[in-house]
Design a protein around this ligand. Structure first.
Ligand code: SAH
Ligand code: F3S
Length: 481
């Protein structure tokens, strides 16, 4: 259950529909959060115009790109190991070029070129449009780097090439960067200032997905609830925006309504919500539209007011409870999930007990739990001693995980005997006779395949469950692809 955003999806290589005119081969793999996977689709789209088709075979690649994560030290170590693997392949295929994209590229900049001789190209998350120029540099035998962060780049004008797709669920990025400055987090440094994407281009992307038969989209951002479009640029410029711009501004709640109304049959999800920015209006909008899924990922990180403050999370434990109460009263069947960090600097046993009691109050459906990992350059690293021993961090983590498992089981059991609507996404990992999909509330469900197929919405009667998965039988089909 210690799922982490970087462990959830590790190093998947991506493959897209080949363009017949393209002769060069790109191997691109992604680590980390959903945003990285979404970004790799943008990169593949840019490089498709430069003559690259994707391949799943590292050995035959002309260009290898790795989209990296810096969120915890472990995520960075995983990428370093991959570079060793590329090195081995390069000995056999010396013409192969290697590029590093994403958060590690932004964090380490030219140090990457010095530390890792294999790397020819370093590109930060806002510089992907410069890839064609950078590749020319590499072709000319020079190392190439662009890690300039932007105040307005949203890649809204690039239609991503869907990679490794099941043709059913897709990621749609709506904001980039983060202005929150949580003291433990490296993201504001690697992904820059927060900016929102033009709603028009978001709707167009969803229209395109609907035409292609997609059934579910996830609106993505580091902090989706702070989405604000009034013509582009940074949020602070909103203060100086014209009255007209302010009157026509679109906030996250409005964006959700726009998406829900444009495609009433499309399931709409979003991630991630920072509790301090989630408004009542958003919760009411979720309740108003059937197709906005009743799941909120609401990371809290700690249950102690003292630690929340030290983390620069701008809400108290009591305010968080009020938010939870509001969600539960407006959307009674809403699934709520968490991210939690154990062993943040100065965390005492009492703080840790506060985390456990907060969890007891909420009884989350599931969560992603981590020990604190000090990140260079963050405020916590500069101002606080990483003073909780590793063994204590780990022991607290196991206690948090154990409690979460208990709550997951409690929540999952509530579905026994009930009928849930499942969107079929793939074959079950454990049995080729079963489909796996998710309920509207984002709970995984498996059931015998019979004559159903990927993309069907199927009513499933729940007969059994594990801690995280519902098991049942299809009783009827709701809608066919
Ligand atoms: N807003 C983001 C959060 C990004 S980081 C999102 O969209 O998911 C994801 C999670 O990683 C955080 O919620 C936090 O629980 C964890 N995390 C971030 N920095 C960390 C650190 N230095 N050590 C341990 N966990 C961390
Ligand atoms: Fe990181 Fe906090 Fe933003 S966790 S991504 S700084 S909301």
């Amino acid at each position: 259950m210690e799922k982490t955003t970087d462990e959830k999806r590790q190093g998947e290589s991506l493959i897209i529909e080949p363009n017949e005119n393209n002769s060069k081969k790109l191997f691109i793999e992604s680590y980390g959060c959903a945003m990285n996977f979404s970004d790799s689709e943008i990169v593949a789209s840019i490089l498709s115009k430069e003559g690259f088709n994707t391949t799943q075979h590292l050995e035959e690649a002309d260009l290898v790109l790795v989209n990296t994560c810096s969120i915890r030290d472990k995520a960075e170590q995983t990428v370093r190991k991959r570079l060793e693997k590329y090195n081995a392949v390069k000995r056999i295929n010396p013409k192969m070029k290697v590029g590093v994209l994403g958060c590690m590229a932004e964090r380490l900049k030219s140090k990457f070129l010095e530390e890792e001789k294999i790397v020819d190209l370093v590109v930060g998350p806002d510089a992907y449009k410069d890839l064609p120029n950078l590749l020319s540099e590499v072709e000319a035998g020079r190392d190439a780097i662009n890690v300039v962060l932007s105040k307005d780049e949203t890649y809204g004008d690039i239609s991503p090439v869907r990679l490794n797709t099941n043709g059913i669920t897709a990621l749609v990025s709506i904001t980039r960067g983060c202005d929150n400055m949580c003291t433990f987090c490296v993201v504001p440094f690697t992904r820059g200032r927060e900016r929102s994407r033009d709603p028009q281009s978001i709707i167009e992307e969803i229209n395109d997905l609907a035409t292609k038969g997609y059934k579910e989209i996830t609106l993505l951002g580091q902090n989706v609830d702070s989405f604000l479009w009034y013509g582009g640029g940074l949020k602070k410029d909103f203060v100086n925006a014209s009255d007209m711009q302010k009157a026509t501004a679109v906030n996250f709640s409005k964006l959700l309504s726009l998406c829900a109304e444009a495609h009433p049959k499309m399931r709409i999800r979003f991630s991630t919500s920072n509790p301090q920015d989630m408004s009542l209006e958003v919760i009411k909008t979720m309740a108003k539209y059937d197709n906005i899924c009743n799941h909120i990922h609401l990371p809290v990180q700690s249950g102690s007011n003292r630690i929340l403050k030290a983390m620069n999370r701008l809400h108290t434990r009591e305010e968080y409870f009020t938010l939870i109460d509001n969600i539960r009263s407006i959307i009674p069947d809403c699934v709520i999930s968490q991210d939690m960090i154990t062993g943040f600097p100065t965390e005492t046993e009492e703080d840790h007990q506060d985390t456990l009691s907060l969890m007891e109050y909420v009884k989350y459906n599931f969560g992603y739990m981590f020990t604190y990992s000090e990140r260079p350059g963050t405020l916590a690293e500069r101002k606080l001693d990483d003073d909780v021993p590793e063994s204590t961090k780990k022991r607290r983590l196991s206690e948090v995980i154990e409690l979460q498992l208990k709550h997951s089981e409690f929540r999952t059991k509530q579905y026994l005997g009930k009928t849930v609507e499942v969107l079929v996404e793939r074959q079950s990992k454990k049995s080729n006779l079963h489909w796996s999909g998710r309920t509207q509330q984002n709970i995984v469900a498996v059931f015998p395949k019979e004559n159903h197929k990927i993309g069907d919405f199927v009513n499933v009667k729940v007969t059994d469950c594990t801690k995280a998965t519902l098991i049942g039988n299809a009783i009827d089909i709701v809608q066919q692809k």
